[in-house]
Design a protein. Sequence first.
Length: 188
Amino acid sequence: MDSAELAHIRSCQAGNLADFDPLYTLHVEAIYTFLYRRTLDRSTAEDLTSTVFLKAMESIRSFDPARAPLRAWLYRIARNQLIDYYRSASRTHVDIESIWDLASDEIATLGAERAVNAAELHKALQKLKPMQRNIVMLRIWEDLSYKEIAEILGTSEGNAKVIFSRTLSELRTSLPSLLLLLLFPHTL
């Protein structure tokens, strides 16, 4: 967390909520993308994003920057909002851990070669345990640090690293090396 972000947080905690705007601007796109990938509905993702930032603004005084980065705290709020969204009484029952399956609909919008690669990846991810899948998604697609992932998922940083490493090893056995290189260029 840089000093400007910390200054805005401290200002908000002191009651100057106008300083929340730069924090919103810095993180809104990532939170929206995170929520959209799990709902595949722009309107729902926009509503959930608004709720996330409203809740963050309302509870910014309780945020402790020494405990976790703001980004991890926002992702945790977003994850909780997503769970609440799917648990709400007006919706049919959905297994919370299988929300990521919705992303398979996005495969249809990709080019033919990328769609084949994405379909192979999707099959491999289906075989993973929910914690493994969540860690891979947060690390690769959301580009979060292990510390942030640990905060979001309620585990230790070391455990997140171990699970990620073991999961990549599993994926290496089930996916061709070239496909892994194309999909995860920063991790291999």
